[in-house]
Design a protein around this ligand. Structure first.
Ligand code: DX5
Ligand code: ZN
Length: 220
């Protein structure tokens, strides 16, 4: 799959969300990334399923729900019902993550799994016949605008070679600190979905910022 840009709306200006979304879409954003935080799994609170419903009214671009929440099974049905395409719980948040993945699929959405920076990428191995995406956190989750952790490149490469053997169809998304300065290296390491929040929504010109990130990965 050609690498694509997934703007993370956590960094958008919520006083003018529709304009920001339209601008990111016009610039070439091909999926939107919704960072759900419960103040327990991560030290920040953001938004719930309502954001998916709201965004569905504003855009037809697929919406991915990154669930940085404890006890995700309790809320997965609401995110699927609200229209999330990928529902991505953290592997660290479930006592039985296989059950979470099965629930997402049974309800008709696509299952992804997110890994914190300290979690070995090998943990996804038992799930590879079920999931379509692995989200590698390249920052400690909870906030936008953090610095990309360089050791993530090694993790992305290790995961890519693991997937190439076990299930090449599984996508790798990278999330946290993705900027124009590092996006080429991240994409070359094996990432095919590049999540970017502050690099896009804190830019003077949102549309231009997305276009520039796309130009950089498209010339790979
Ligand atoms: C962090 C979130 C990321 C974050 C990305 O917990 O999962 O999606 O919003 O924002 P930037 O690109 O600014 O690091
Ligand atoms: Zn995220």
């Amino acid at each position: 799959m050609k690498p694509l840009i997934s703007p993370s709306v956590l960094s958008a200006n919520f006083a003018r969300l529709q304009e920001d979304i339209r601008a990111a879409e016009k610039g070439g954003g091909e999926r939107f990334h919704l960072d759900v935080m419960d103040g327990h799994f991560v030290p920040n609170i953001s938004f719930g399923p309502m954001i998916v419903r709201t965004m569905k009214k504003v855009t037809n671009v697929p919406l991915d729900a990154h669930l940085m929440i404890s006890d995700p099974d309790k809320y997965i049905p609401e995110f699927v019902d609200a229209g999330a395409e990928f529902v991505i719980p953290h592997i660290e948040a479930s006592y039985d993550v296989y059950r979470s993945v099965q629930l997402i699929i049974e309800l008709g959405a696509k299952a992804g799994i997110a890994l914190n920076p300290g979690t070995p990428v090998e943990w996804v191995e038992p799930l590879l016949d079920k999931i379509d995406l692995v989200l590698i956190m390249s920052v400690c989750p909870g906030f936008g605008g953090q610095k990309f952790q360089p050791q993530s490149l090694k993790r992305i490469k290790a995961l890519r070679s693991l997937l190439d053997k076990a299930n090449p169809g599984v996508h790798i998304a990278v999330d946290g600190g993705v900027k124009k300065e590092n996006i080429v290296e991240i994409s070359a390491s094996g990432a095919d979905i590049l999540v970017a929040g502050s690099a896009i929504f804190e830019a003077q010109d949102i549309e231009k910022a997305v276009r520039e990130l796309k130009r950089l990965i498209d010339k790979q």
